[in-house]
Design a protein around this ligand. Structure first.
Ligand code: MLT
Length: 212
């Protein structure tokens, strides 16, 4: 049976047990719903009992490249679209929980670049939707007027010290912002650039294994 697309083209790979948490895989610009599946499978092994994988494809296109929200230029976001798309993604997660029968209180985002930015926007705008998040090369998606209450939310952030797109200072500011909202944040600094390295995947798997 072809799964309903629930507003987003997506892949869902169930874990052996329904009660397992979900890794919500959010690709970078130009990626799709298959991009982060290998990484998700690797990360799921760090969780006792495994994890379901839910991987949507971003609904906006930039020169044919899927993204999770529009941008006006590199690092300059269309904030209205960002907020609209964050709400849309939050609704998708709720609908997917009903259709696939996973626990909506155990959704761990794993986002890279544009995917990390939409995950950060969901954390700031829709607290309660994500129970934890791995943000790889995130930026501050927008400056919130009011901080949400993220008490109890665990967040792993990985920044690249030589990232030409995200200055290290911005990664630190995002960590501080999420911490002031009450989240428990671990910041991992990778020596590389915007691309992902093996070291931070190992570090995020270790972080996941301690989530409990
Ligand atoms: C990207 O290329 O995806 C950017 O660095 C991040 C974004 O635009 O959200």
């Amino acid at each position: 049976m072809v799964p309903a697309d629930l507003g987003f083209r997506h892949r869902f790979i169930p874990a052996p047990h329904k009660a397992a948490p979900v890794l919500l895989l959010l690709h970078g610009t130009g990626g799709d719903e298959s991009d982060l599946i290998p990484m998700g499978e690797q990360l799921a092994q760090a969780i006792p009992g495994g994890a379901h994988l839910l991987s949507p494809r971003g609904r906006t296109l930039e020169n044919g490249m899927p993204r999770f929200f529009r941008r006006l230029a590199e690092g300059v976001f269309d904030i209205e679209d960002l907020k609209f798309r964050a709400a849309e993604l939050a609704r998708f997660i709720e609908s997917a929980a009903q259709v696939y029968g996973f626990d909506a209180r155990k959704v761990i985002a794993v986002g890279y670049s544009n995917g990390a930015n939409i995950a950060a926007a969901v954390l700031l705008l829709h607290p309660g939707v994500l129970s934890a998040a791995i943000l790889l090369r995130p930026m501050i998606p927008f400056e919130p007027e009011k901080l949400p209450d993220l008490t109890g939310v665990r967040i792993f952030i990985a920044g690249g010290q030589r990232d030409p797109i995200v200055p290290p200072g911005q990664t630190q500011r995002l960590a501080t912002l999420l911490e002031s909202a009450g989240a428990d944040v671990e910041l991992f600094r990778h020596t590389g650039g915007h691309e992902l390295g093996q070291a931070e995947l190992v570090a995020s798997a270790r972080w996941l294994s301690r989530l409990g």
